[in-house]
Design a protein around this ligand. Structure first.
Ligand code: C2E
Ligand code: CA
Ligand code: CA
Length: 747
C-alpha cells in the first residue's frame, strides 16, 4: 500500500496534465485547420501527446520529492521524545504527534485534535503558558516550564518550547509547540534539594563540623557551616586553606593529633583525637575530631569523613569531677585516693621518696569541746600551717579526720626528714593567740622511706602509720621512723592475706633439687621444694611463707597438694626412663598432727602406681619435738606403708640422738651449717664423721646438705657419706630440667 502510494501520482495531477494536453491539441487544431484538417488533427494530436508525456514526467519527479520530505518529517516526528503539537493562532491544537498523544495519556491524536491548548493550564501556570503563546504569535520563539495534567488527570511537569511558523508574508499562521515531560527529573531534583536543605539545616544548627577530607589530608571535599562555630573559621576559608584549622592547634597537642590522623590512613580504621585549639574569638577550646576512612569499589582509600566538635564543657566537667574525686572538700588538699595514685606512680618509677603520716594529738577532745564547725575551721587553718612549713615540692594530703600525710620527693636522708618533721611540729605549736584553743595543738608523725619500709603504697602507709603510733607512745608531739621489724610484720600480714587464694589461682609450683651419690655424682633422688609465684612480688621463698602456712593451718591443704604433685611428677619421670628415681617431700609438724597425711600419701602412691619406697618424707627435729606421741603415730603409719623417713636439718635441735632411737629414721640429713664449717673446723669434721659412723651402725643412711665447695665434697667422700646435696652439684630446678641431670639408670 505504502510503496504504491509513494510512486503513483495523485488524481488531481493526472487531471491537470490531461487538461494541458487537451489544450495543446486544441491550439494546434485551430492554428492549422485552415491549412489542412487532417494535418491539423495529426499535429494537434502529436502536440497533445508531447505535452502529456512531459507533464507526466515532471509531475512524477515532483511527487517523489514531496514523498521523501514527508517520510523524513514523519521519521523525525517519531524519533522525537517530546509532545509535538501544531497550534493555530487561537491556541487550538491542529495536530498532535502520536507520541505526544501517548504522553498526554490520550487514546490517540484524534482525541486531542481541536482541543484548546491554553485551557490545559491553570493558575500561575496558565499565565506562563499565555505569555509564551503571545510571544510566539508575535513571531518570537519562547519557552516556559509548568505543570499541567494529562487527559487522565495525572499532573505532569513540562518544559515547553514554542516556535512560530510564518505565513510567508511576515505573519504567523501556526505555532509548533514541543513539550518535554520532565516530571521524573523534577521529582528527583526536588528530592535532592530537600535532602540538601535538610542536611545543611542540620549541619548549620547542631554546632558540629562535618567534613570530608581527601585521603592525603590536602583538601576538603566538603566542610559544613558548623566549622565557623567549632574552629572560628568559615567553611569557604577552610576549603581554600585546608590547613587553617591545624594552625590553631596548640603546639603541645599537635603531634598526637598528627599521630591519630596518620593511624587512620595507615591502619585504615576509624580514629579519634582530643586536642586544644586557640579559637580566634573564644580562647582555648577542647576539640574532639573523629575520622573514618571511606573506600572505593577496589578497596582503595578515597577520603576521610568525620565530625569535629567542641567538647570544652564536657572536658571541664570531667576535670571538675576529677578534682572532686581527688580532693578533700574541707581543705581543698589532695585526698587519700589522690595520694595513693601519687605513691603508686613513684613506686613504679622506683624514685626515692618518703612518706609522713601526721596525726593530731587529742583532736577528738578539741572536736568535742569546740563543736564540729569550729573544729572544721581549725583543721583548715592547721592544714594551711602545715603546708607553709613544707618544702615547695612536697605533696600534702588529708586522709580523713585529723590525719594528714606528706609525700616528699628525693628524700631518703633521715636528717633532712627529721628537720622537716620538726618544722611541721613547730608550725603547729606556733599560734598567734594563746587564748585560743588551737594554741595547744600538737601532732605525732610517723615516717616511712621507699623502698626500705615498703615497696608499695599499702606497706609504706602502714609502716608510717605504725611509726606514728610509736611516736604517740613515746609521749606525743614528736616523730618516729618506721623500722625494719614492723615493715616485715606488715609484709607477713599481707602475704597471709594473699595465701588463701594462691592455691586456687595455681600460684604454687615445685622446684626439685637433686641428691647425688658422692663419687659418681649420679642422681638418686630429688627433693621437692615449694615456690610461690606471687602476682606482684614474684617468687616468694618458702622460708617466708611456710611459717605463715603453718600458723594459719593452711599447711595441711597445701602440703597435700605438694605430696600429690611431687608423686605425679615422679611417675612421669619414671615413665620417661628415670626408673629408679626417688623423691623427698618436706612435711611440717602441723601435718603430722593430722592423720590425713597418711591417706593422702597412700592415695597418691596408688593413683600414680609408685612403690612406697620411692617416697621419702623429710621432717625437722623441731617438728618431731612438738608432739612426739602424735608424730610417732603418724610416722608409724607411714612407715607401715613402706615410705622412707628422713630427719631434716639434723644437728640443729637439742636432743638429736634421742630421735634416732625413737623414730628409727631411714635417713639423717646433716644440716648445712655443719657442712659450711667442714673445711675450716676440725671439730666439725669430727662431729660429721662421728654422725656418719654412728648412723652406719644403726643402719641409717646419711645425706649432707648445703655442699657448696669441692673441699667439702672431698671431706664428705673421705668420711664415706652416703649422699650429698648442694649448690655445688645442682640447684633446685624446674621439673622439665630434671631429666637433663645425670640420673642413675637402674638400681
Ligand atoms: P630444707 O628442707 O632444708 O631445704 C633445703 C633448702 O636449702 C632449700 O631452700 C634449698 O634451696 C637450700 N639449699 C640447697 N642447697 C644449698 C646450698 O648449697 N647452699 C645454700 N645456702 N642453700 C642450699 P628453700 O627451697 O628456700 O627451702 C627452704 C625451706 O623451706 C626448706 O628447707 C624446707 O624446710 C621448707 N620447704 C620447702 N618446700 C617445702 C614444702 O613443700 N613443705 C614444707 N613443709 N616445707 C618446705
Ligand atoms: Ca628438706
Ligand atoms: Ca634441710
Amino acid at each position: 500500500m505504502r510503496a504504491r502510494s509513494a510512486t503513483s501520482l495523485p488524481l488531481a495531477s493526472i487531471a491537470q496534465i490531461f487538461l494541458a494536453a487537451v489544450g495543446a491539441w486544441a491550439l494546434a487544431w485551430f492554428a492549422l485547420a485552415s491549412v489542412s484538417e487532417e494535418a491539423a488533427f495529426c499535429i494537434g494530436a502529436g502536440a497533445a501527446m508531447l505535452v502529456l508525456m512531459a507533464g507526466l514526467r515532471h509531475a512524477r519527479r515532483q511527487h517523489a520529492r514531496a514523498n521523501a520530505t514527508s517520510a523524513l518529517a514523519k521519521a523525525l516526528l517519531d524519533a522525537n521524545r517530546e509532545c509535538l503539537k501544531l497550534l493555530d493562532t487561537d491556541g487550538r491544537m491542529l495536530r498532535i504527534s502520536e507520541y505526544g498523544a501517548e504522553l498526554m495519556q490520550a487514546s490517540g491524536p484524534e482525541q486531542l485534535a481541536g482541543a484548546n491548548w491554553l485551557g490545559f493550564w491553570s493558575g500561575d501556570e496558565a499565565s506562563a503558558a499565555r505569555n509564551a503563546f503571545d510571544a510566539a504569535i508575535k513571531g518570537s520563539r519562547s519557552a516556559f516550564v509548568a505543570s499541567c495534567p494529562t487527559t487522565a488527570g495525572v499532573p505532569k511537569k513540562w518544559q515547553s518550547r514554542l516556535i512560530p511558523i510564518d505565513d510567508g508574508h511576515g505573519g504567523v499562521h501556526a505555532i509548533l509547540c514541543a513539550s518535554l515531560d520532565i516530571t521524573h527529573e523534577a521529582e528527583l531534583a526536588a528530592d535532592l534539594r530537600a535532602k540538601e536543605l535538610l542536611m545543611s539545616e542540620m549541619e548549620a544548627h547542631v554546632g558540629l563540623c562535618f567534613y570530608s577530607y581527601s585521603a592525603d589530608y590536602t583538601y576538603f571535599h566538603h566542610v559544613s557551616a558548623g566549622c565557623a562555630s567549632v574552629f572560628g573559621i568559615d567553611a569557604r576559608t577552610m576549603r581554600e586553606r585546608p590547613q587553617a584549622w591545624i594552625d590553631l592547634v596548640l603546639p603541645e597537642d599537635r603531634q598526637q593529633l598528627y599521630d591519630a590522623m596518620q593511624r587512620i590512613t595507615r591502619l585504615k580504621t576509624g580514629g579519634r583525637a582530643r586536642y586544644r585549639i586557640q579559637h580566634p574569638r573564644r580562647g582555648v577550646r577542647w576539640i574532639q575530631s573523629t575520622g573514618n576512612p571511606v573506600f572505593d569499589a577496589r578497596g582503595d582509600l578515597v577520603r576521610i569523613v568525620g565530625i569535629s566538635e567542641d567538647i570544652t564543657v564536657e572536658q571541664e566537667r570531667l576535670a571538675e569531677l576529677d578534682r572532686l574525686a581527688f580532693s578533700d572538700s574541707l581543705t581543698g588538699l589532695a585526698n587519700r585516693g589522690a595520694l595513693v595514685l601519687k605513691i603508686e606512680e613513684r613506686c613504679r618509677r622506683n624514685a626515692a621518696f618518703a612518706l609522713m603520716f601526721i596525726d593530731l594529738d587529742r583532736f577528738k577532745v578539741l572536736n568535742d569541746t569546740l563543736g564540729h564547725t569550729a573544729a572544721d575551721r581549725l583543721l583548715k587553718s592547721l592544714s594551711e600551717r602545715i603546708q607553709a612549713a613544707l618544702p615547695h615540692d612536697a605533696v600534702l594530703a588529708r586522709l580523713g579526720g585529723d590525719e594528714f600525710a606528706v609525700l616528699i620527693d628525693h628524700a631518703s636522708d633521715k636528717q633532712r626528714l627529721a628537720g622537716i618533721a620538726k618544722d611541721i611540729l613547730a608550725a603547729l605549736a606556733r599560734s598567734g593567740d594563746p587564748s585560743r584553743a588551737d594554741a595547744f595543738v600538737t601532732a605525732s608523725i610517723g615516717i616511712s622511706v621507699f623502698p626500705e619500709n615498703g615497696a608499695d603504697q599499702e606497706t609504706l602507709l602502714t609502716s608510717a602509720d605504725i611509726a606514728m603510733y610509736a611516736a604517740k607512745k613515746a609521749g606525743r608531739n614528736g616523730f618516729s621512723f618506721a623500722d625494719k621489724a614492723s615493715t616485715e610484720r606488715i609484709v607477713d600480714f599481707k602475704l597471709e592475706r594473699d595465701l588463701p587464694a594462691a592455691l586456687a589461682n595455681r600460684q604454687f609450683l615445685l622446684h626439685y633439687q637433686a641428691i647425688h651419690e658422692p663419687r659418681t655424682l649420679e642422681v638418686r633422688s630429688v627433693e621437692a621444694l615449694i615456690r610461690w609465684r606471687h602476682p606482684t612480688r614474684g617468687l616468694v621463698s618458702p622460708g617466708v611463707f611456710i611459717p605463715i602456712l603453718e600458723e594459719t593451718g593452711f599447711i595441711n591443704e597445701i602440703g597435700a597438694w605438694v605430696m600429690d604433685e611431687a608423686l605425679r611428677q615422679l611417675a612421669l619421670w619414671r615413665r620417661a626412663g628415670a626408673r629408679s628415681l626417688g623423691v623427698s617431700v618436706n612435711v611440717s609438724s602441723r601435718q603430722l598432727r593430722d592423720a590425713a597425711i597418711v591417706e593422702v600419701v597412700n592415695d597418691a602412691l596408688s593413683r600414680y602406681e609408685l612403690p612406697a619406697s620411692s617416697l621419702q618424707v623429710e621432717l625437722t627435729e623441731s617438728a618431731l619435738m612438738e608432739n612426739p606421741a602424735l608424730a610417732q603415730r603418724t610416722l608409724s603409719a607411714l612407715k607401715a606403708l613402706g615410705v622412707r623417713i628422713a630427719i631434716d636439718d639434723f644437728g640443729t635441735g637439742y636432743s638429736s640422738l634421742r630421735y634416732l632411737a625413737d623414730f628409727s629414721p631411714d635417713t639423717l640429713k646433716i644440716d648445712r651449717s655443719f657442712v659450711a664449717r667442714l673445711q675450716d673446723d676440725r671439730a666439725t669434721q669430727g662431729i660429721v664423721s662421728g654422725i656418719i659412723q654412728m648412723a652406719r651402725t644403726l643402719g641409717v643412711s646419711v645425706t649432707a646438705e648445703g655442699v657448696e665447695q669441692t673441699a667439702q665434697l672431698e671431706l664428705l667422700r673421705e668420711s664415706a657419706c652416703d649422699l650429698v646435696q648442694g649448690f655445688l652439684l645442682s640447684r633446685p630446678v624446674a621439673p622439665d630440667e630434671v631429666l637433663g641431670l645425670s640420673i642413675k639408670a637402674v638400681d
